[in-house]
Every structure is written in C-alpha cells, then in structure tokens.
Design a binder for this molecule. Structure first.
Ligand SMILES: Nc1ncnc2c1ncn2[C@@H]1O[C@H](COP(=O)(O)OP(=O)(O)OP(=O)(O)O)[C@@H](O)[C@H]1O
Length: 592
C-alpha cells in the first residue's frame, strides 16, 4: 500500500517487469529444448526452425536481462519515493504532537529511533521481498509446469532436490532474526559512545575528566560483542550452505543421470535434458533467493511494526478548534494542579492568578519551585491535571495550539542555538518574516546583538557553527564562527523579539548569561518594549523584576505571596528575604 501511495506508476512498472522477467527464463529454456530436439532429429530443411528457436531463446533471455536492468533502476526510484513518503509521514506525526510528553518518554524515543530507520529501509525491503518472491514463485511454478509437461515425475524430482536447501535456509533465516535483535541494542550503545567521543558538546568534559579511553573502551566493547554475534552466525551459515551446495549438487547429478538414461532408452529427448538442467538450476536459485529474503523481511517487518506503532499513537492532547484572539482582557490560571507523571509529586498545587492585558507579571521562586512549569503549561506543552488556564476567558484546551503560539513570544531558559547563519537564527522567530532584513535587524538591536553580528566576517550571513560550512558558498567554504554563551542568549532573545506583534511576551531568565552592563542595557530596552504589552518575566536577579506591575512568589507549588515590589517588601516574606540577600551581595564588605 505504501509503495502504491508513494508512486503508483513505479508500482505498476515494477509489477509488469516482475512478470516479464519471471516468464523470460522458462520461455528461453523451452525454446532451448526445442532447438536441441530439432538438432537431434537431424532432418532436412530444419535450418529455418533452428534459427527461429535460437533467435526466440535469445530474445527471451535478452528480455529477461533487460528487464533486470530496468527493474534495478525502477527499484531505486521507487525506494526513494517510498522513503520520502514514510519519512515525511513519520515526522509529520512527531511534529503533530501538541506537547512534550511523548518526546520525554524514553520508550517513545527508543521506538522512534527504530521507526526512523525502518521508515527509510523497511518499506523498500518489504517491497523487494514482495517482488522477489513473486518472481521466484512464478519462476518455480512455470519451470515445474514445463518439466511436468515433459515428464510429470521429473517435476517431483525437481521439488525433492530443492527441499534440503529450503529447510536449511529457513533455519538460517530464523537465526538471522535472533541475531539482528541481539545486535540492535549493542549498535545503539555503540553509536551513543561514538557521539560522546566526537560531538562538540561533549568534547570539553570528555577531555577535562579524561573520559576518552573510558568511552572508547565501552564503544569497542559494544562493537566486539555485536561482531561476535555476526561472526558466529556467519560461521554457521558457511557450514550449512557448504553442506547444502554439496547435497544440491549430488541430488541434481543423480537426477540428471536418471534423465540422461531415459534419453538413451529413447523415452526422452536430448532437449529434455537441457530443459531439466536449466530447471534444476533455476528452481534451486529461486527457492534459495525466496528463503534468503524471508530472513531480512522478517527483520524489516519487526522494525516496521515500530514505525506503524508510532504512526498509530493517539494524539497527546486535544487540539482545540478556536482561534486565539488578540489578548484584550486577561490570562487567568484557575486552580491549576499539575505533575509530570501520574504517580509523581505535584509540581503545581492549586495555582490561581491573573495577568491583565497590557500589564507585566514577574514570577519569583527558588530553584525547582515550578516557575518554568507554569510557562510550559501556558504554551500548552503539557495540560493541567486539574483546573483551567483561560485566555480572554476561553479555556486553552478549546484553542488551537498553533493559533495560541502565534500570539506568544517566548525565550526559554534552555533556549536553542541553531547551527545556521545569524540572520536565520533570528528570522526563525517569525517564519512569515523570515527574509525581512529590516525586522531581523530591529530585533537584533532590541536584544543588543546587532553590533556583534555586524562585526562578523559576513555580517548577518555569517554561519554560526563550528560543525557546518556556509551552505551557499561551496567554492570558498567558510567554517562558521561560534558565539559566546551570552551572545547566543541575546540571539535567542532577538528571535522572540521578532514577534513584535505577539499578545504575550514571556521571558524565562532572559539575561542569566549576560554581563552586568549588557543586562542593564537589555532590561532597559525590554522595559520599553514591554510597555503596553502583556508580559511574564522570570528571573533570579530580583532587581530586574522590581518594576513589574505584579509579582507572585511560588513556593512548594503554591503561590505564597503576591503584590508589587513595595507590597512584598513590606510583608517581609520570601521575596523580601531573597531581595535583601541579593542586595547584601552588592554591599561593600564591612572592614573589621
Ligand atoms: N520534564 C520534566 N519531567 C519531570 N519533572 C520535571 C520536568 N521538568 C521539571 N521537572 C521537575 O519539576 C519541578 C519544577 O521545575 P521547574 O523547571 O518548573 O522549576 P523552576 O522554578 O523553573 O526552577 P529553576 O529556578 O531552577 O529554573 C522540578 O522539581 C523539576 O525536577
């Protein structure tokens, strides 16, 4: 079905070629037999017949060979179309998940890895099997048919000669499946260690802690263990197949001798011997081809099953139908309870608060208090277990996530650094203005990164990567430039600020990596940018939050304090304590 959906023309073409190729060998063999018989008769005026049979046999053989070539080409095209289709479907499915639940599940990640490889190899291997087995079956049946016409008992001999090979190949195919299943986790481990040894991300720690030999040892161990399995199987295969070849040769030899004896006795013609010999070779080859394919197809089917499982996964949460309006009243958290796992601890316990449109809200709390979790719920990466989040009075679950996210401009603590040119790193924030250099530059200015980008060798076109070359400049491939941590953070900020028409600006620790001067400057720009817009700000640097219209303090999953800076300082709670503590850090030390 997949093959048909990917390309109906290729499917029809392959089917037609399969039938032609399968028929060509017996037809060639039949004309070969007629030719030999004609020669054996030695009658006058036979030249025309002989030439006709010879040409017909040659044409049939040539059609088979030509068909093989065309099949190879068509197979490549068809497999490419299938891979394109399955991979596109798989990633459409993955991108279609509203939230992060599936992506955070190791079981899902495991399945996805197998599904991904199955998407590129599975259907083509299944397709190859279908085609190869059709060809083999047609070839076997037609040879049996022809041989049966000559001498029915010969067809039985032909089948018997193929039985030992069939049985042994089936046993080997089973072992092959077991071996593949044993090798697959070892391979995944091996690639994991390889990634640790070669990735730029891990390189610092691997060197600093001297982990290279340790991980290399583990990588080689995984490789050695998978090789042991493969070599064990290869040894067994060699023994079995050598035995089989011998057995096949003995049976064929005996059968040919019997047929030859009957020719001597005048019961069969010399052409029959030729036909029988062609049939023995072809049937044995077709059977072993058929069984050989079974092993690989069983393996492909097993991994393709994972692909189908991923494709059949239910939606992770309901996707609402309503379009999120521009925020005109407020965003309201209404008694929201949340935990990451059904049996895990509650992260939010009955959180309620409101952000009026046009106002700014700051969220304060110690590490692990649940601040980022609140934001993730607002972005619909997860759903509250109890309670509701309302956008202008509409429950978020009734709003389509895409339309909601178009209304948000957010920078996360764990922002992305894309190995792409600087302009793309910013332009990705608003795909509708991806190429709009004015908008990109304006966002960069707001995030105070414009000067740093302009100073780079190719300005906004500079590739920000140490692992890729600039794509558009193959003649003089230029290695990329990498930014510092704080510069990447400003770039991430610029990306969100591309969405200058968003209803709600969310900044989760937007300046944690910035130096004091840059932080001061950015906060000034952001304060201007935020004025009149609705915004949520999270930061451990409480000085940057004091101008927020409202501040809520999250503690143990509950809101324990709320008000503006002066209110909270006056009430002398957690906020006042943290604020004073940070303030003390900036006071000159008292000289004793
Ligand atoms: N994806 C997740 N799966 C399971 N638990 C999680 C996940 N993300 C966060 N948590 C847990 O939820 C709790 C709150 O995390 P959250 O990131 O919301 O805290 P935070 O207040 O933003 O902390 P910080 O100030 O350190 O950024 C933590 O105990 C954390 O371990």
């Amino acid at each position: 079905m997949l093959g048909w959906r990917a390309s109906a023309r290729c499917s029809i073409g392959r089917l037609a070629l399969t039938l032609v190729i399968a028929a060509s060998a017996p037809v060639a063999a039949w004309y070969g037999k007629l030719l030999v018989d004609e020669l054996a008769l030695g009658r006058s005026g036979q030249a025309a017949h002989v030439v006709f049979y010879a040409v017909a046999a040659a044409i049939a053989a040539a059609v088979g060979l030509l068909g093989q070539q065309l099949t190879t080409y068509l197979l490549g095209r068809h497999n490419a179309a299938i891979t394109l289709r399955t991979e596109s479907d798989l990633f459409e499915k993955v991108c279609g998940f509203v939230g992060l639940r599936y992506l955070e599940d190791p079981g899902f990640q495991d399945n996805l890895m197998v599904a991904e490889s199955a998407a590129s190899h599975g259907p083509s291997s299944i397709n190859d099997f279908a085609e190869g087995s059709t060809r083999a079956v047609i070839s076997i049946l037609s040879f049996l048919g022809i041989v049966a016409v000559v001498w029915p008992a010969l067809a039985v001999v032909l089948l018997v000669a193929a039985v030992p090979g069939l049985v042994a190949e089936i046993m080997l195919a089973n072992r092959q499946v077991v071996a593949s299943l044993a090798i697959s986790p070892l391979q995944r481990r091996r690639f994991f260690y390889r990634m640790l040894l070669t990735s730029e991300q891990a390189a610092k720690e691997v060197r600093l802690f001297g982990l290279g030999d340790h991980f290399r040892g583990l990588q080689l161990d995984a490789l050695r263990r998978s090789q042991e399995v493969t070599l064990g199987l290869a040894g067994r295969t060699t023994v079995v197949q050598s035995g089989l070849s011998l057995l096949g040769a003995v049976i064929s030899g005996v059968a040919v001798a019997i047929v030859a004896l009957r020719v001597v006795r005048g019961e069969l013609t010399p052409g029959d011997v030729l036909l029988f010999m062609a049939a023995v070779g072809s049937v044995q080859a077709a059977l072993s081809d058929l069984v050989g394919r079974i092993g690989s197809v069983v393996e492909s089917l097993k991994s393709f099953q994972r692909y189908l499982e991923v494709m059949a996964l239910p939606a992770d949460s309901a996707s609402g139908e309503l379009v999120a309006p521009d925020l005109s009243t407020c965003v309201r958290f209404d008694d929201v309870w949340f935990r990451y796992h059904p049996d895990g601890p509650w992260i939010l316990r009955g959180v309620s608060f409101e952000i009026a449109a046009g106002s700014s809200l700051a969220i304060v709390g110690v590490n692990g208090a649940g601040k980022s979790t609140l934001i993730k719920l607002l972005c619909r990466f997860y759903e509250p277990e109890r309670g509701r989040i309302l956008w202008d009075g509409i429950d978020l679950q009734q709003i389509s996530p895409e339309s909601l996210r178009l209304r948000l401009a957010a920078t996360f603590q764990d922002f992305m650094s894309y190995d792409l040119p600087a302009r793309d790193n910013i332009g990705l924030g608003d795909l509708s203005r991806y190429d709009d250099m004015n908008a990109i530059r304006a966002a960069a200015v707001r995030a105070d990164i414009d000067n740093a980008i302009a100073a780079m060798p190719r300005g906004y076109d500079t590739m920000l990567s140490r692992i890729f070359f600039a794509e558009d400049d193959e003649d003089e491939q230029e290695a990329g430039v990498s930014f510092s941590g704080g510069q990447w953070q400003r770039l991430a900020l610029a990306r969100s600020l591309m969405r200058d028409r968003a209803s709600l600006l969310i900044l989760d620790e937007p300046s944690s990596g910035l130096d004091a001067e840059a932080e001061h400057h950015i906060h000034q720009t952001l304060t201007e940018f935020r004025s009149g817009r609705t915004s949520i700000l999270i930061s451990h640097r409480l000085g940057t939050l004091r101008n927020a219209d409202h501040i809520v303090v999250l503690d143990g999953g509950r809101i324990t304090e709320r008000g503006d800076h002066d209110d909270l300082m006056a009430c002398g709670g957690v906020y006042a304590r943290l604020f004073t503590l940070q303030g003390q850090g900036y006071q000159p030390a008292t000289v004793q």
